[in-house]
Design a binder for this molecule. Structure first.
Ligand code: PNW
Length: 482
């Protein structure tokens, strides 16, 4: 009679070498089950992203003027417990030690944004060299550490004096943005090779001027929001022109947008076709307008009399060719073919759909596959960067000072696996910027939602890398999902 034991049981009693000696080498996945290598192309740009108002603090230093986020956060009832970005991560004074942290993680690049109000305290007119100098020093320090700077020109902190003249309801703001963008590009492009005009046109327009949850807190009519959206995309276009006119030859220009990412409910031809239609139409006001230089017929038809007023010259500027597009990707939408004239339906999520610590941040890793994939099929961009991806978690420090954010590691591992799949399928994704390096001022949520891979104690400004920082460091070192 022969009794058979599992190898693990044998190993426990006899020691592993006794089991393997003389036996055929056991290896998962060979020869019939190939394991995906999960690796990224060599030279893949691993980075992390932040934004001026969310990390810098130093709200009154070196001649900085007020932005709409100063006004909004100092207005009672607008942010979680009245929190503001007055001090935030104090990055303005701590950037050197934070760069040392980035270096330790192995980051190849860092995406930051310039505060318009530091450079032009009144929005236009005379620049403030002292305020601008912070970005000179930041860029120099990044380069000295071998980290490539990626610069966003507008991440929502509009100078208050421009808002006082109508903000994004006023075409003059788009022109002012062009002048500001040209100035920054002229003075940084000797060291910065990549510029993004705007960050998430759709968020600052829809939340700032539509539902009023973000600065400046307005709730405009349908026509009002459509016109503000037009001036915002126009600012992007005028920004591209100004950067091309003022920057060093070869400077790469793009934007960072968070398109609605419509994943097919089921990955078959019928639903994939619907998802492609949906991705174009659902983003008609922003990314589609930028990539095609026109508003879709359906978008204009749906708005009717509320459609924005625009000229051919506007659309030409808006649609100017870009060197890359940046996709901020957090959560999925799902599209299905529903047999309607439109050809798709965006499916409402059941209440059981899982989300991260921010209620809006649904967990759908396939968004990081379908986002780049559908954008590539629709618009054939020269290059794509994932300019943001990450999540909030209810992070706490353990008694011995660790932050074990297993849910963030789970989120990142699953999303990155899908990004790897998109690249393997041919999407031209050149880099990935994790949002965010540090816990920071999460807009209307104040400091109540933590997105960093480094924990920040906002009382002491002490930084503690989380488990997710260790995961990201390992991923970068292997150039494969860890
Ligand atoms: C993006 N929503 O914002 C921004 O670019 C970052 O500044 C921000 O910190 C990050 O994502 C995390 O929120 C969003 O409510 C803020 O749907 C809110 C929403 C989407 C994006």
């Amino acid at each position: 009679m022969s009794v058979s034991f599992s190898r693990r049981t044998l190993a426990r009693f006899l020691g592993a070498s006794a089991v393997t000696a003389g036996l055929p080498r056991f290896s998962y996945g060979q020869p019939n089950r190939p394991v995906s290598p999960r690796s990224f192309p060599s030279g893949f740009l691993w980075g992390s992203a932040t934004a001026s108002y969310q990390v810098e603090g130093a709200f009154k230093e070196d001649g900085r003027g007020p932005s709409i986020w100063d006004t909004f956060s100092h207005t009672s009832g607008k942010t979680f417990q009245g929190e503001t970005g007055d001090f935030a991560d104090d990055f303005y004074h701590r950037y050197e030690s934070d760069i040392a942290l980035m270096k330790d993680l192995g980051l190849k690049s860092f995406r930051f944004s310039v505060s318009w109000s530091r450079v032009f305290p009144s929005g236009t007119g005379t620049p403030n060299p002292k305020g601008f100098d912070f970005y000179n020093k930041l860029v120099d320090a990044l380069l000295a550490s071998g980290i490539e700077p990626y610069c966003t020109l507008f991440h929502w902190d509009l100078p208050q004096p421009l808002e006082d003249k109508g903000g994004w309801q006023n075409r003059a703001t788009s022109q002012a943005f062009g002048e500001y963008a040209g100035y920054v590009a002229k003075h940084l492009s000797d060291r910065v090779a990549h510029f993004m005009t705007t960050n998430e046109l759709s968020t600052f327009v829809e939340l700032g001027y539509g539902n009023g949850l973000h600065a400046p807190g307005l709730k405009l009519s349908t026509a009002g929001v459509a016109q503000a959206a037009h001036y915002a995309v126009l600012a992007h276009g005028l920004g591209v022109q100004a950067i091309r006119a003022n920057a060093k030859t070869g400077t790469q220009v793009g934007l960072a947008e968070n398109p609605t990412i419509t994943c097919p409910v089921v990955e078959n031809d019928k639903h994939i076709g619907a998802a492609r239609l949906a991705m174009r139409e659902e983003n008609a006001r922003y990314l589609t307008a930028v990539m095609e230089g026109r508003y879709t017929d359906q978008y204009l038809r749906n708005l009717g009399a509320a459609a924005p007023k625009f000229t051919d010259a506007d659309m030409k500027a808006i649609g100017a060719p870009l060197d890359f597009i940046g996709i901020n990707c957090y959560e999925p939408e799902y599209a299905r073919a529903d047999g309607s004239a439109q050809g798709y339906e965006v499916v409402k999520k059941p209440t059981s759909f899982p989300h991260m610590a921010s209620p809006w941040l649904f967990m759908g890793p396939e968004a990081l596959y379908w986002g780049p994939k559908l954008a590539t099929e629709l618009w054939k961009p020269k290059a794509i960067y994932i300019t943001e991806n990450g999540c909030s978690s209810d992070d706490v420090l353990t008694a011995d000072g660790h932050c074990l954010d297993t849910d963030r590691v789970m989120y990142l591992r699953n999303y990155l696996s899908q990004l790897q799949r998109a690249i393997a399928d041919g999407a031209p994704v050149r880099g990935y910027f994790l949002w965010s390096l540090l816990d920071n001022f999460e807009w209307a949520d104040g400091y109540s939602k933590r997105f960093g891979i480094v924990y920040v104690d906002f009382k002491t400004q002490k930084r503690t890398p989380k488990l997710s920082a260790e995961f990201y460091k390992a991923t970068i070192a292997k150039n494969a999902v860890a």
